[in-house]
Design a protein around this ligand. Structure first.
Ligand code: DQQ
Length: 458
C-alpha cells in the first residue's frame, strides 16, 4: 500500500498542518488566502498564518508565512483565526492572539507579503465585564457608514454560544455594543467559533462553527440595529468534515466561501503523510428567489477540465459499474428519480466492490447520504455515514461530484453540500458506478471530466 492520498486541485500547503481559512481578500485584483498553519508538523501546534495568492481562486502561489507568534507578544502562543480588511488603502489583518485570547492588528505595505504587528496590540485585551465566556476569538470586521464593526466568536458558560458585537472609528479603540446573537447550549453547543456576517441578496448571512458540534452552521436573517434576527437555518456542509469556513465578497461582488476539510484518519497517518488539512473548493454563495441559500462551485474551476466523457440518457439498472474511472474527476450527473427507492453513485470503487464511497438519495426520506464507511480497508481511516435534507425539484437529482484523491466534495441541486474524506488502499479503487434500486429511475445526463492539478501551468 503506497498510494498518495494528497489532493491535487484542492489547496493545501507544501507540507505540515493547515486548518481554518483566514483573511480572505481580493486586493488589487489578486486573491489572497491566509490559513492557520503549523509549519513544523502535521499536527495542531503554535499557529502561524500561512499565505498564498491567486489570479483565479483555482491556481495558487505559495508565499512566505505572513504571521508567526512573537515571543513575549500578545500572540506568543499562536496567531489564531481572523480576517483582512482594506483600512483606507492599508492592508490590515485582525486576528486573535493567545494566551489569553485577545484581539490584534497587523498591517502591510501594498504587497501583503511582509506584515508588521501593531505596537498597540492587543487592541481588545479582555472580554466584556460581567460575562463568563467560553471563548473570545476569531474577529470578523467590516465597514459601514464610516465606522468599523467587529464580531467575535464566544459563548456564555452554562448558557450557550454567543456572538459579541463591537464598533470602532479607527480599528484601535473598540466599544462593546452587546450580543449580536445568543444560542442555546442544547441546540448549538457551548462556544461559537469563526463567526462571519455578510449581506446576501436582501438579507444577511451569518456563519458560525459551534463547539463541540464540529459543523459549519448558517442562518439567513436580518440585521435589526445591533441584533441579528435568524429566519432560516442550515449547515454549509453535511458531510461532517468541513469546519470554520470563511466567506468574503470579491471585487466583482460575488460571495465566495472556503472551509477547512480536516483529515478523517489517525494522527499517526497524518504524521506519516507529512501533511494534514485541505481547503474546500471555492464555493459561490447566493440566495434563491425563495430566500434559500444556494452553493455552487465557482465557474473558474472549469479551467481544470481535461478529457470529457458522457453517457447516453437511459433507464438505470441496479448497479452499473464501472462507467468511468479516476481519482481526479468532476462528475456532473442528473437523474430522474421516477419510482426508485434509492439512487446515486459510487466513486473510488475497487473493481470487486471491496472499497467504495457511496452517494445515495432516498426519495421517501428526502435525504442524500454520503457513506465513507467502506471507503478504505485501512483500520486507521475513519468511515462515516452522514446525510443532508434535499428537496428534489421536478423529480430531478442533480449532483456535481468532485473526487480529488482523498477528498469527495458534492454539490447537490445547487442547495446542499456534503464533503467526505476517503483513503482507499487498493490501486484499482478508482471506479465510478451508477446505482438505483426499487423502481424506475432514468439517467438524464452524465458528464465527467478528468481534472488537472492546480500546481502546474494550465
Ligand atoms: N481554529 C483557530 C481558532 C478557531 C479554531 C485556531 C476553529 O481561532 O476558533 O487554530 O477551527
Amino acid at each position: 500500500m503506497n498510494l498518495d492520498h494528497r489532493p491535487q486541485y484542492h489547496f493545501l500547503p507544501v507540507a505540515n498542518w493547515m486548518n481554518d481559512p483566514n483573511g480572505l481578500i481580493q486586493w488589487k485584483g489578486i486573491y489572497h488566502l491566509f490559513y492557520q498553519h503549523n509549519p513544523v508538523g502535521a499536527c495542531f501546534g503554535a499557529m502561524h498564518w500561512g499565505h498564498a495568492s491567486s489570479h483565479d481562486l483555482v491556481h495558487w502561489r505559495h508565499l512566505p508565512i505572513a504571521l508567526a507568534p512573537t515571543p513575549d507578544g500578545a500572540d506568543c502562543d499562536g496567531a489564531w483565526s481572523g480576517c483582512a480588511v482594506d483600512a483606507n488603502g492599508v492592508p490590515t489583518l485582525i486576528y486573535t492572539g493567545v494566551h489569553p485570547q485577545v484581539q490584534c492588528l497587523a498591517t502591510s505595505d501594498d504587497d501583503l507579503i511582509v506584515w508588521q504587528k501593531d505596537p498597540a496590540n492587543p487592541v481588545i485585551a479582555e472580554p466584556p465585564t460581567g460575562l463568563a465566556v467560553t471563548g473570545f476569538r476569531d474577529p470578523c470586521v467590516w465597514r459601514d457608514d464610516g465606522l468599523w464593526y467587529m464580531i467575535l466568536g464566544s459563548g456564555q458558560q452554562g448558557v450557550g454560544g454567543l456572538i459579541l458585537l463591537y464598533r470602532s472609528s479607527d480599528l484601535h479603540d473598540w466599544e462593546y455594543l452587546g450580543p449580536l446573537l445568543e444560542g442555546r447550549l442544547d441546540e448549538t453547543g457551548h462556544n461559537w467559533e469563526c463567526p462571519n456576517l455578510l449581506p446576501i441578496g436582501d438579507r444577511h448571512l451569518l456563519i458560525f462553527s459551534p463547539e463541540p458540534l464540529r459543523q459549519a452552521h448558517y442562518y439567513i436573517g436580518e440585521l435589526d440595529g445591533h441584533r441579528f434576527r435568524p429566519k432560516a437555518h442550515g449547515l454549509l456542509d453535511y458531510g461532517g468534515l468541513y469546519y470554520a469556513p470563511q466567506a468574503f465578497t470579491d471585487q466583482g461582488g460575488r460571495r465566495i466561501c472556503f472551509g477547512w476539510l480536516p483529515e478523517g484518519r489517525s494522527s499517526e497517518a497524518m504524521a506519516q503523510a507529512g501533511w494534514a488539512g485541505v481547503q474546500s473548493l471555492p464555493r459561490l454563495l447566493s440566495l434563491s428567489s425563495k430566500g434559500a441559500l444556494e452553493q455552487r462551485p465557482i465557474p473558474e474551476l472549469e479551467a481544470l477540465r481535461r478529457s470529457h466523457q458522457t453517457l447516453e440518457a437511459h433507464a438505470l439498472a441496479n448497479c452499473e459499474g464501472t462507467v468511468v474511472a479516476g481519482r481526479m474527476l468532476e462528475i456532473d450527473v442528473e437523474m430522474n428519480v421516477g419510482s426508485a427507492t434509492s439512487l446515486g453513485l459510487q466513486v473510488l470503487r475497487a473493481s470487486d466492490g471491496s472499497e467504495h464511497t457511496t452517494l445515495l438519495f432516498k426519495p421517501a426520506e428526502g435525504r442524500l447520504y454520503l457513506d465513507t464507511r467502506f471507503a478504505s480497508q485501512d483500520p486507521g481511516a475513519e468511515g462515516r455515514l452522514t446525510s443532508a435534507p434535499l428537496d428534489v425539484m421536478d423529480g430531478l437529482l442533480r449532483m456535481r461530484v468532485y473526487v480529488d484523491h482523498s477528498v469527495v466534495e458534492v454539490f447537490a441541486n445547487e442547495r446542499v453540500c456534503l464533503t467526505g474524506r476517503s483513503y482507499p488502499t487498493r490501486a484499482d479503487a478508482t471506479g465510478v458506478a451508477l446505482l438505483s434500486d426499487g423502481g424506475s429511475a432514468v439517467l438524464s445526463r452524465f458528464d465527467c471530466w478528468t481534472l488537472a492539478t492546480i500546481w502546474s501551468p494550465n
